[in-house]
Each structure stands twice: as C-alpha cells, then as structure tokens.
Design a protein around this ligand. Structure first.
Ligand code: CP
Length: 316
C-alpha cells in the first residue's frame, strides 16, 4: 500500500490511479477525525504557502479549500480575477509567475477554460490543483462525492449511481464518471438529449432518458445543476424552459416516492431549488448534500497534504 500519490498535480481524476484515490480517502479519514476535535488544526503545512486563484465564481470550493489550507496551518493568499491585473491584459502564466515569485508553493485554480490547469502545470514551477476547469474536470468534487457515498453506504464498489441533468456542461459529471468507475461503481446518465453529449456510452456508462426508469435502477441519484450561465439565460437554447425541465428531470417528493426505495440524493451545489430538486427532497433524511460539503474539507486537506509531501522540504 503506497503512502505517496503517483502525481505531483491534481489536474483531473483521469490521471489518478485507484490506489491514489484510496490513499486520498484513507488520509481524509484521519483529517475528518481532526475536524471533529475542538481544535480543528494540525501543523502539517506550516512551511507551505498556497495561492487560491479563482477566475470563475465559487462558494463551496473556494471556502472549502481555504478552510482546508488553514486547518493544515498553511499560509494562504486569495486571488480573484475581478479587480486584478488580468483585466489589464496580463496573461495567465505571467499572473501566476508573479504570484509564485512571492514564494508560493502550490496553486489551487478555478478557471472557465477546459485544460487551463493542465496548461499551467506545464508552464509554472508549482504543484497545481484543479478546482474546476470549464466543462472539463472538477476532481476534488468527484472525490468528495465518492467519499460521501462510501460514508453513507459503506462502499462504492458495486453501487449504482445515476447522474442526472446537464451532462453537456458539467465538469462534475466527467470527474464523477472517472472516479466512480475507478472505484468499481456502475454509472448511468439521465437527462434531456439536448444536454447529453453524443457517444457517452463509449465511456462505459449507460444512458436512460426516462428518469423514472433510471431511478428504479439506481441506489444513488446525483442531481446536477442546470448551468444557466453556460447556455444563455433561461436555458432556452437547450430546453424549452425551467418549468418543463423540473417536470421531466427534477426530483420532487412524488417522483422520489415512485422509486420505492431509500434512494440517496446528492447535488454538487449550488442548487436551483424547485428545478433540479424540490426543497422537500433537498432537505430529505436521505439527502447527503450537506455531508458532501462537510466532507469536502477533509478531502481537500488530504489532497493538499499528499501533494505537499512531494515537495522537497527541510524539516520544520
Ligand atoms: N460544487 C461547486 O463547485 O460549487 P461552487 O461553484 O460554489 O464552488
């Protein structure tokens, strides 16, 4: 059993081995115990400085990374594109190299362009953590999602996970597919055909457009957010409207009841209440939406701790 990741960056789940994911989970288990203490802090990264670079809006991921870094005693600097010199025409590599010149060791970056984290990892000398790159990958979200399934059901292997909704614009869907498959889960996708990329079956997943049928198959339903900002206003480019979407692909108590089982409900957030899930379902006893958020801190602590272990450091 290795105690080191096979990679010096976290760019996507695609690059992780199953052993990497299991190591992250074991490490997160330890940090979850730390987070349950009255003093929720360890000195592990007190010699490390981390820059959080957010070129796209975020609540959960940004706060979760910052808390994870502070719980590990790292020094933290936060950067938002708005109000920075990016608006004066500075390139991504120049921006990051200027920040690194101030002795920063690791960069956590969210960016609207797919591949931005990979590009950065090839052009700057720092460990890069992808906090979501456009419609490509959101690796820490997938890790915390699979970790939350493991916590709720005791395993991931063999669990049937349905991912519902805007697959076309979702970085969460792709990272979840890779992560769940590496851990031995079965994955099905459901959503309108206009929000379903072609040839998804080639990734080894099943596609079922009839949501009620799909719900009879699965143990867990991960209800994705409709990414209104990526499809123009009210979504009319890809489906007739939010009301129709909610009727066909939203989860309310009636639909939940028709599944006739203790279906576990997930959502990566932010939720459009009444669209992807009703308030009653979001707050249902079998909803693990807030557990996902809670587990995000332990997972991100584990990722940062394991990546920092690959940085040559003098004893502190
Ligand atoms: N789940 C997620 O990435 O949420 P934020 O956009 O708020 O970070």
């Amino acid at each position: 059993m290795s105690d080191q990741l096979s990679t010096e960056h976290l760019l996507g789940i695609k690059d992780l081995t199953t052993a990497d994911i299991e190591l992250i989970f074991r490490t997160a288990d330890g940090f979850k115990e730390v987070l349950g203490r009255s003093i929720k802090k360890v000195p592990s990264l007190r010699d490390i400085t981390i820059a959080n670079l957010f070129f796209e809006s975020s609540t959960r991921t940004r706060v979760s990374f910052e808390l994870a870094e502070k719980r590990l005693s790292a020094d933290v600097v936060n950067f938002s594109a708005s109000g920075s010199s990016v608006s004066k025409g500075e390139t991504l590599v120049d921006t990051v190299n200027n920040i690194l010149a101030m002795k920063v060791d690791m960069v956590v970056m969210r960016h609207p362009d797919p591949g931005a984290a990979m590009f950065l990892s090839r052009h700057v000398k720092a460990n890069i953590v992808n906090a979501g790159d456009g419609t490509h990958e959101h690796p820490t979200q997938a890790l915390l999602d699979a970790y939350s399934i493991r916590e709720k059901l005791g395993k991931v292997k063999g669990v049937k996970v349905l991912i519902v909704g805007d697959i076309l614009h979702s970085r969460v869907a792709l990272s979840n597919i890779f992560c769940l498959q590496k851990l031995g889960a079965e994955v099905m996708l459901s959503g309108p055909s206009t929000l379903m990329p072609k040839h998804m079956e080639s990734l080894g997943v099943r596609v079922e457009h009839d949501l009620d049928k799909a719900l009879r198959w699965c143990d867990v339903a991960n209800m994705l957010r409709i990414q209104l900002e990526r499809q123009g206003g009210d979504g009319v480019a890809n489906f007739p409207g939010l009301r129709e979407y909610a009727m066909r692909y939203g989860m309310d108590l009636r639909r939940y009841g028709r599944a006739e089982k203790d279906l576990v409900i997930m959502h990566p957030g932010p939720i459009n209440r009444g669209v992807e899930v009703s308030t009653e379902v979001a707050d249902h006893a079998n909803s693990i939406i807030l557990d996902q958020v809670e587990n995000g801190v332990a997972i991100r602590m584990a990722v940062l701790y394991l990546l920092a272990a690959r940085i040559p450091r003098t004893a502190v």
